[in-house]
Design a protein around this ligand. Structure first.
Ligand SMILES: NC(=O)c1ccc[n+]([C@@H]2O[C@H](COP(=O)([O-])OP(=O)(O)OC[C@H]3O[C@@H](n4cnc5c(N)ncnc54)[C@H](OP(=O)(O)O)[C@@H]3O)[C@@H](O)[C@H]2O)c1
Length: 281
């Protein structure tokens, strides 16, 4: 497993498994299978409503807590709650979280960020970060924070390569983690001729070529799957690498295309929506 050393010294695996849109049963099965396959980073969120199930999968794995890098995301409605992080830890059934991200840059994000700083100071979390923040929002946080964010998670795949943000994060020494690394499984992306050709050349699948591109482009990712064979395949990407010419060819696929769409009006509703986290299975 390949790691990146975060600015605070923590080692974070570059490859992780995500649990977005998975029911508690599916999340437990997927995380359990992923841990058996060798994944050592698990990504969840308050809003995925599966933190309890992720915790069950971790405990059932038989792995020591410190062997798995566990990350979750604080939902905007909880940014004002001093115990939002502790409640997430209780649902997960853990004493510490490796990484907690603010899920979205809603208007109250500095309040949320202060909660993360407090949780870090109290020893509840080992690193803090941000999800779905733009360069200008990151600059704002960096000007005002007491503790710098160590990880930023954003949508990133060959159709949306986030080059400006990636360059900014590199300059700032902040690790980048991609969500939707396979474009949410989009058939058009997976069938791009360049990936079919490179898959043949390297004896891999197009999905493996795309995931390898993420590593060769210099960042990690969290991938989602309900399929045991896919989970194993998605981890088996360390025995080849792409050439400079191949990376340039993939760079040309960038079209700033997003598979999801968030407006300011939607962000405003996120702050008001309280996910019924206590009711989850
Ligand atoms: N921060 C945020 O706001 C945010 C938003 C969205 C997602 N995320 C994170 O990103 C993670 C990944 O998102 P995602 O799962 O929606 O997108 P994704 O990883 O880009 O794509 C998952 C899709 O690709 C398919 N797939 C996986 N491996 C494959 C393979 N080897 N060959 C062919 N198809 C394959 C899966 O189908 P099968 O089940 O059939 O394998 C699934 O349909 C989430 O779980 C979550 O942790 C974060």
């Amino acid at each position: 497993m390949r790691n990146v050393t975060l600015s605070g010294g923590l080692e974070m695996p570059l490859v992780g498994v995500g649990t977005f849109l998975l029911s508690p049963d599916d999340a437990q099965a997927s995380v359990g299978e992923a841990l058996r396959a060798g994944y050592r980073l698990v990504d969840t969120a308050n809003a995925y409503m599966n933190e309890k199930a992720v915790g069950r999968a971790l405990r059932a794995s038989g792995l020591d807590r410190e062997e798995v890098f566990l990350e979750s995301k604080l939902w905007p409605a909880f940014y004002e709650q001093p115990d939002g992080v502790e409640r997430a830890m209780a649902r997960l059934g853990v004493d510490t979280l490796d990484l907690m991200l603010l899920h979205h840059p809603t208007r109250n994000y500095m309040t949320g960020y202060t909660q993360l700083e407090e949780a870090l100071r109290a020893g509840h979390i080992r690193a803090i970060g941000l999800s779905n923040f733009s360069v200008s929002q990151l600059e704002y946080v960096l000007r005002r924070c007491r503790v710098r964010p160590e990880v930023v998670q954003v949508q990133l795949h060959p159709y949306m390569q986030q080059r400006e943000l990636a360059a900014f994060l590199k300059r700032e020494g902040i690790a980048l983690q991609a969500w939707y690394p396979l474009g949410h499984g989009d058939g058009k992306l997976l069938k791009e001729p360049v990936f079919t050709r490179l898959a043949e050349k390297y004896g891999k699948t197009p999905a493996q070529v795309i995931l390898r591109w993420h590593l060769d482009a210099g960042h990690g990712f969290v991938v989602g799957s309900r399929d045991r064979a896919h989970l194993r395949e998605d981890l088996d990407i360390l025995d080849f690498s792409l050439t400079e010419d191949e990376l340039a060819e993939i760079a040309a696929l960038d079209r700033g295309y997003s598979y999801s769409f968030t407006t300011q009006a939607m962000l405003n509703t996120y702050s008001l929506f309280v996910p019924p986290v206590a009711e989850q299975k």
